[in-house]
Design a protein around this ligand. Structure first.
Ligand SMILES: *Cc1c(COP(=O)(O)O)cnc(C)c1O
Length: 369
């Protein structure tokens, strides 16, 4: 990539392909791969990523909300799209755009059947979600009989997949808990399948589940963070390449005397003569104020430059004392050398939060290499 002259999020589509192929190598040939592209494809760009995944041959996509799926359909994406948490006000649009809902409770199931039957649907494909321990969304095991009788009484919808979600798939100290979730899911699936004429397929694992629980792949797996190049399992990180780099530039350099302050509320007071640089990225772009006052840093000419004072809305200041650099030089917030998950750790956060916070105002630049 040529050096940037403004704040950009660079997206490496070659790395996306590499991550995709690595994940494929970790699953059986018969297991499908679903790419999770919710939240602007983890803060990158959902249309660019979904198109690339479609070109790579991904089997399925998932978003959290209906409007995210509509954006993909508007862009011409034809791959099946699961909507993980559809809101019932949007069920009609969901059907119009051929999106597949996750139905996770009696209330939502009944509501969806009502809307779909009003729209004269027959065998509309749906996924039923079961709660096996995360206690977030999902039917409980005790509801199986009721669900089955409702399903057998309608031809409006057809359950094509049953699914569940692991609560701690990255954490092997919770292996027993994860195994118990998997076994509960198997019991539920067997119980339902025995009572329905058409056998639904199954999916359960997220990225860490794919890596840690190869026996829980079932018919499909769902990967988000792995496609974007992060592994929550440190030993596996070498097999993934982060696709996104967040870069900015030095707008201005100041020499600050001992006792002078930098930024709002005079949060930084200099203990000596220092050199600072101002860069055009702030909390409105997704760099939380929590990174201010030395918690976070950026790379300038390959050297760590700490963020000093409070992060402003559109800018932040860094300490470049001793770094040979000039106005117009790049400042890399995260990239190859300084990974997003490492930066996030400084404020007790995770890659997911830092990536998804990158605001839409930051220009996306795509490249391959
Ligand atoms: C977001 C999400 C995923 C993706 O998880 P990763 O850890 O990013 O692979 C999978 N399944 C569900 C239900 C999700 O909400």
């Amino acid at each position: 990539m040529p050096k940037t002259t403004e704040t950009v999020l660079e997206l490496n589509l070659t790395a996306l392909g590499d991550n995709y192929r690595y994940l494929k190598s970790r699953i059986k040939d018969t297991t499908k791969l679903l790419g999770v592209v919710k939240a602007f494809a983890y803060g990158s760009d959902s249309v660019i990523i979904a198109k690339e995944l479609e070109a790579l041959g991904i089997d399925y996509l998932a978003v959290a909300y209906v409007n995210e799926g509509v954006v993909l359909r508007d862009a011409g994406i034809k791959t099946p799209i699961l909507v993980l948490h559809p809101q019932s006000e949007n069920f009609e649009i969901l059907i119009d755009r051929c999106l597949e809902p996750s139905l996770y409770s009696e209330r939502v199931l009944q509501r969806f059947i009502k809307v779909a039957s009003k729209k004269k649907q027959v065998n509309y494909p749906v996924h039923l979600k079961f709660n096996t321990g995360l206690n977030r969304l999902g039917f409980n095991e005790s509801e199986v009989n009721k669900i089955v009788s409702e399903l057998n009484a309608t031809s409006t919808i057809k359950v094509i997949y049953l699914f569940s979600h692991l609560a701690a798939s990255e954490d092997l100290t919770e292996k027993d808990f994860s195994e118990s979730q998997i076994s509960t899911f198997k019991t539920i699936a067997k119980n339902i399948s025995n009572k329905l004429s058409d056998q639904p397929k199954l999916h359960m694992s997220n990225t860490s589940g794919i890596l840690n629980y190869p026996d829980a792949q079932f018919d499909m797996v769902r990967s988000g963070i792995g496609l974007y190049g992060f592994s929550n399992i440190p030993e596996e990180q070498k097999n993934f390449t982060p696709i996104a780099s967040l870069k900015s530039v030095i707008s201005q350099i100041h020499t600050v005397k001992k006792g002078d302050s930098v930024g709002y509320n005079r949060a930084f007071k200099s203990g000596g003569a220092i050199v600072t640089a101002t860069i055009p990225i702030g909390h409105a772009d997704g760099i939380s104020r929590a990174y201010g006052n030395g918690k976070g840093w950026v790379m300038v000419q390959g050297v760590k430059a700490p963020i000093i004072g409070n992060v402003c809305m559109d800018m932040m200041m860094i300490n470049i004392t001793g770094i040979v650099c000039k106005e117009g030089d790049e400042a890399i917030i995260f990239g190859k050398q300084n990974k997003a998950d490492t930066l996030a750790e400084n404020i007790e956060s995770i890659s997911y939060e830092l990536l998804t916070a990158i605001s839409q105002r930051v220009k996306r630049v795509v490249y391959r290499k």
